[in-house]
Design a protein around this ligand. Structure first.
Ligand code: ATP
Length: 209
């Protein structure tokens, strides 16, 4: 099984990396693929270029086992839809079970994603949650959870697509938005992201540094 974590990674921080590692360990995933988004459909274009975001990801995972970067979204023009990415991954990784990792905030927005009802035709979705997280109780997302939630993690290996799993992960209240604001204000961002990524940000003069 392979974990897929898409994001703008503008910049990558420990709030992406540690929860992804928690999921890798909890579900014994072969690897975590980090997929930087080229043209995000639901938000403004990232401040750092695609090349700069990839460089930061490379610095973040250097020497860490089980993490790889997948740049396939950079090869497609137009909006980077997760649905298209999953189709492409399935073609390249036949026989592999894909687990799409999303934070709870991203999961709540799922009904706005392109062809969201079809995502589970290509993967399982693993939501990185807090202990005792509150799930939507009404509406289409509540119904979606009711229909697809796996009873236990072992089910993710007995069928290759179609399940939803909620995995508790380390809670890190870090967001790229806050990091960019700290950096732009000239404050220290140490200990919120890997030191090598912070060095790169300063070398490249990113985010107003
Ligand atoms: P921004 O603040 O610019 O919106 P972000 O920090 O939320 O960025 P993204 O690259 O947009 O980072 O997030 C990619 C994925 O990582 C999403 O699924 C998001 O929910 C998840 N994620 C981001 N930060 C955390 C965090 N601190 N804990 C758990 N998941 C997170």
């Amino acid at each position: 099984m392979i974990g897929i974590l898409g994001g703008t990674f503008d910049p990558v921080h420990f709030g992406h990396l540690r929860p992804a590692l928690d999921v890798r360990q909890a579900l014994a995933l072969d690897e975590i693929r980090l997929l930087p988004c080229h043209v995000p459909p639901h938000r403004p274009q990232p401040l750092a270029s695609t090349q700069q975001r990839t460089l930061m990801l490379q610095a973040a995972i250097a020497g860490v086992d089980g993490f790889v970067i997948d740049e396939r979204e950079f090869e497609r023009d137009g909006l980077s839809y997760t649905f298209d990415t999953l189709q492409s991954l399935r073609k390249d990784l036949p026989g592999k079970t894909l687990c799409l990792l999303v934070g709870m905030d991203a999961f709540r927005g799922l009904p706005t994603w392109h062809r969201w009802h079809e995502l589970l035709n290509h993967c399982h979705i693993v939501v990185m949650t807090r202990p005792q997280a509150k799930f939507p109780e009404k509406g289409e997302l509540a119904e979606y959870i009711h229909m697809h939630r796996a009873r236990d993690a072992a089910m993710l290996r007995t069928q290759s697509t179609g399940l939803l799993w909620f995995q508790e992960v380390t809670q890190l209240e870090i967001s790229a938005t806050r990091l960019r604001a700290l950096l732009a204000a000239g404050e220290q961002a140490d200990f919120l992201l890997p030191a090598d990524v912070l060095d790169l940000i300063h070398i490249q003069g990113l985010y107003g540094t």
